[in-house]
Structure formats: C-alpha cells, structure tokens
Design a protein around this ligand. Structure first.
Ligand code: NAD
Length: 291
C-alpha cells in the first residue's frame, strides 16, 4: 500500500510545495494539498483548465494526480479564532472548514489517515522592512504564519498519522532558510526570527512526536528559488546570482532537488534521521566568504 501525503502550501506550480508533491507522487504516494484560501479559486481553476499539465508530468510519463485540494488558512486553529472581517470576506465566505483543526478533521473523514505531512508555507507582512523597523504585529504575524502554523498542523494531524513501526515511519517535513542563523539583509519583518523558531521547534517536535507517535520531524534549509513568495520579497534574483557565483556547486538550484530530498526524508531510507536541518542549497551554507 502506498503512502498518503498532505502538503500544505501549494497554490501554483512554481514553489517548493508543488515540487515536493511531485516527488512524493513519483515515489507512489497519494497526494492531498492544502491551499491558502485567498489563492484557492485561481489554483483550482488553473488545475481544472490544464494550465499545470506540463508541470504535472512525472518521470514515468504519467500526470501527478491530486486526490483532493483542501482550503486552508494556517494562521487559524479553529473557527473561534477567526475574526469577523475574515469571516465576512468574500473569498473566505465562499469556502468552509479551512482552519487547521477543521482541515485535519476533513482529511480524517475523507481518507482516515496520512503518512507524510509537509509544511511549505510562510508569510511575513513586513518582510521588506529591516528588523529594526518591524512592528510588533508584523513580527508576530510572521511567527504565526511561518512557525506556529507548523506546530498547529503537526499537533492536529498527529492523531491521524500512521506511526512509524520500525522503518515504515510516518514523517513530517518543513522548509526553512539560512537567514535563521546567518545575516541575510533583506529577509526582514521577523521572517529570520520565524525560521529560527521553526528550526528550534523541529528539534523539540522531533522529540515529542518521536517518543509519543514514532513520527520523524525534519526541516529542509533550501537555497534560493524564484517562487511566488520569494519574488514578493524582492531580492530573489540577487540571491540566486549570489549562490551561482559563490556556492561550491555553481548551478541553478531546481525545486525538484528539494522535492527529491523531501521524498528521501519521508522514505525508509531516512529511518534514523529526525530533528535535523538538511541543507539543499548547492552547499552555499558551507562557505565562509564570497569568492
Ligand atoms: P510559494 O509561494 O510556492 O509557497 C508559499 C505558500 O504559502 C503559498 O502557496 C501561499 O499561498 C501559502 N500561504 C501563505 N500564507 C498562508 C496561510 N496563512 N495559510 C496557508 N497557506 C499560506 O513559495 P516557496 O518559496 O516555495 O515557499 C515554500 C516554503 O519554502 C516556505 O516555508 C519558504 O519560506 C521556504 N523557502 C523558500 C525559499 C525560496 O528561495 N523560495 C528558500 C528557503 C525556504
């Protein structure tokens, strides 16, 4: 029996979430995705109209199937958390059951269980502002959307995750960025702080979910990719050029390389890896100076 994966943070075919879904599908997993509510309509329409068909092609020539797309807003844990203006918002009112707890309940009703949980989402409203100019609410919003969203997803999905008996283990993966531990000017608004929290939480969650549920928890520190989210920050081209010029491997990083690492981490080949930050960045993290 193949594994089933829930990938949170897929809204087009350019980002890491899409590439991870593809790599897991190529390895035989059934794919469910969680799509941010404001992006849901356009994503589902594009999917239905075949706009992504070229990027759905798997190595064996078949097309990746997405068994179900769930609307999700990972900054809300349950309906009590949702403020009135969001409830009244047209895009949100058009969908239902998109808080983290409700999505987990819907997945349980529809499919019973999952084996793999992927968190590939982040948001920082003040990402363009230096930390010294970031407001308290901007900082907390970055942490809420980019760090606590992972704690919440894992907490609510753990009860329906198949435990790792010996090697067939359940596995959870998130995406982080080296701005958590080194200075990357331009990655502001508390986003660097949010990634530091995510990496620290990866260790604590690996302990808690490992002891209690036999689930492995890892995070991939990915190099720069021109995704929709990254383009919104405004400096991604510079980061890609910097990596090309300075990394040990002077090639552009493809999202598929991150997808393949996620498939490895979710597989029995990685049965002893948990609580780890795995760099998939052409080795840029190992450099001390630019050359
Ligand atoms: P992306 O735009 O493909 O993915 C981000 C997704 O988050 C989008 O689909 C967006 O709709 C979703 N999202 C935002 N707020 C949300 C919310 N409240 N609830 C649910 N979904 C929400 O961009 P990406 O760059 O592939 O980002 C995926 C992950 O990779 C992020 O954690 C990001 O920080 C990380 N990452 C990206 C890079 C890069 O250079 N692109 C580098 C390292 C790490």
């Amino acid at each position: 029996k193949g594994k089933r994966a829930f990938v949170a943070g897929v809204a087009d075919d350019n980002g890491y979430g899409w590439a991870i879904a593809k790599a897991l599908a190529a390895a035989g997993a059934e794919i469910l995705v969680g799509t941010w509510v404001p992006a849901l309509n356009i994503f589902e329409t594009s999917l239905r109209r075949g706009k992504f068909d070229e990027s759905r092609v798997l190595p064996d020539g078949s097309l990746m199937e997405i068994a179900k797309v769930y609307p999700l807003d990972a900054v809300f844990d349950n309906p009590d958390d949702v403020p009135e203006d969001i409830k009244a918002n047209k895009r949100y009112a058009g969908s239902s059951n998109w808080t983290v707890q409700e999505v987990a309940e819907c997945v349980k009703q529809d499919f019973g269980s999952i084996d793999i949980l992927v968190h590939s989402l982040a948001n920082g409203p003040e990402v363009k502002k230096p930390l010294l100019e970031t407001s308290r609410s901007g900082y907390l919003a970055a942490i809420s959307a980019s760090s606590y969203s992972y704690v919440s997803l894992l907490k609510h999905f753990l009860p329906i995750m198949n435990p790792g008996m010996s090697f067939l283990g359940g596995s959870s993966i998130s995406l982080t960025y080296i701005a958590s531990e080194r200075i990357i000017p331009g990655y502001g608004g508390g986003m660097s702080s949010a990634k530091a929290a995510l990496e620290s939480d990866t260790k604590v969650l690996a302990f808690e979910a490992g002891r209690k549920n036999k689930i492995r928890v890892n995070t991939i520190s990915a190099g720069p990719l021109g995704s929709r989210a990254a383009k919104a920050i405004g400096f991604i081209e510079t980061m890609i050029e910097y990596s090309l010029a300075n990394a040990p491997l002077q090639k552009e990083l493809s999202a598929d390389e991150v997808g393949n690492t996620a498939a490895f981490l979710a597989s029995p080949l990685a049965s002893a890896i948990t609580g780890a930050v795995i760099y998939v960045d052409n080795g840029l993290n190992a450099m001390g100076v630019g050359v």
